[in-house]
Design a protein around this ligand. Structure first.
Ligand code: ADP
Ligand SMILES: Cc1ncc(COP(=O)(O)OP(=O)(O)O)c(N)n1
Length: 301
């Protein structure tokens, strides 16, 4: 495990739901954190009966028990960074936001999980507003996909230009960095490179674009959880926001590529978090690109 400059093991907490199939949620988060050599801890908000075919059921943990788990972790182990995933309902969001305000933690990554790939809602519709009002002001980084970005900004995103507008509008709700993930963007949105999957990052008033080749596969269950946990782990290790996103992008590309040929489950198979973590993000390599200041392939930091 990696240690901080003060000599203690780097500790990351995921506050999320359980995926019984092991592909997304708490399970994906902990596997990813472990791969990044960060000590992972978990507070469960919900249990899903889930596999690669979809979600068969959801059991919501009480807000009181969520609070108890948070206190158990904080009072003994300590927390360097927090990641939130499936928060299910208004009361749990309120419980989590109150706790984060109390401990006054700077590094908070919000993955605004709303719907599973098969279409099952993982957040109650009426809870989107409280997510915006209570949690977003506490976030250092937020990682919506296009559908989640639409919910947060309240209008349809029809092209890549709209993604920029949405990122600016979501940043106005509080997060220091907004990453609009490209997994759901139609190929023709990226005009001169349709085979790329591009994640748009808005931080400090500037846009940076992290791109990789799009792996031709339907085995992408848990990509969002894995990607945001990789960012969380890198932030915990002391990396900058852009550096963390670059490393996460390189990692998720490998994790999706490796999963293409494995035989886990009959449906949308999970990503493979046993992929190696890159020594650093290599924007000049064949698979990765960064677009900054009007040019592709510039250094990411
Ligand atoms: N087919 C793919 N090939 C390579 N990377 C992918 C692919 N699909 C998604 N990704 C990456 O996985 C991460 C999660 O993206 P996305 O699928 O949009 O999120 P979510 O799982 O929350 O819907 C992003 O970094 C995205 O670029
Ligand atoms: C328990 C749980 N949490 C989150 C998700 C959504 O995860 P994501 O990485 O966005 O993957 P897909 O559901 O889109 O495959 C989940 N399914 N379950």
């Amino acid at each position: 495990m990696i240690r901080t400059d003060q000599g203690h093991v780097v500790r990351a907490l995921t506050i999320a739901g359980s995926d019984s199939g092991g592909g997304a949620g708490i399970q994906a988060d902990l596997k990813t954190m472990h791969q990044f050599q960060v000590y992972g801890m978990s507070v469960l908000t919900s249990l899903t009966a889930q596999n690669t075919n979809g979600v068969q059921g959801i059991y919501e943990v009480t807000p009181e028990f969520v609070r108890l788990q948070l206190e158990s972790v904080y009072t003994d182990l300590g927390i360097d960074v927090v990641k939130t995933g499936m928060l299910v309902n208004t009361k749990i969001i309120h419980t989590v936001a109150s706790f984060l305000r109390e401990i006054d933690i700077e590094k908070v990554v919000v993955d605004p999980v709303m719907v599973a790939k098969g279409g099952t809602p993982l957040l109650r519709q009426e809870s989107v507003e409280i997510l915006k009002d209570e949690l977003l002001p506490l976030a250092m980084v937020i990682t919506p996909n296009v559908v989640e970005a639409e919910e947060l900004c309240g209008y349809s995103i029809r092209d890549f230009e709209d993604c920029h507008r949405a990122a600016i509008d979501i940043a106005a709700l509080g997060p220091r960095a907004v990453i609009v993930k490209g997994g759901h963007m139609p190929p023709d949105w990226i005009k001169d490179a349709p085979n790329l999957v591009v994640d748009l990052v808005y931080v400090g008033g500037e846009f940076t674009y992290f791109a990789s080749e799009r792996v031709d596969t339907y085995k992408t269950h848990g990509t969002g959880c894995t990607f945001s946990s990789a960012i969380t782990s890198m932030l915990a290790r002391g990396a900058s926001i852009l550096e963390s996103v670059g490393m996460a992008k390189a990692f998720i590309y490998e994790a999706v590529k490796r999963a293409k040929t494995w035989d886990v489950g009959a449906g949308h198979g999970p990503t493979d978090q046993s992929a190696p973590i890159p020594a650093r993000f290599e924007p000049m390599s064949s698979a990765f690109y960064v677009f900054r200041n009007g040019r592709w392939n510039e250094e990411s930091r």
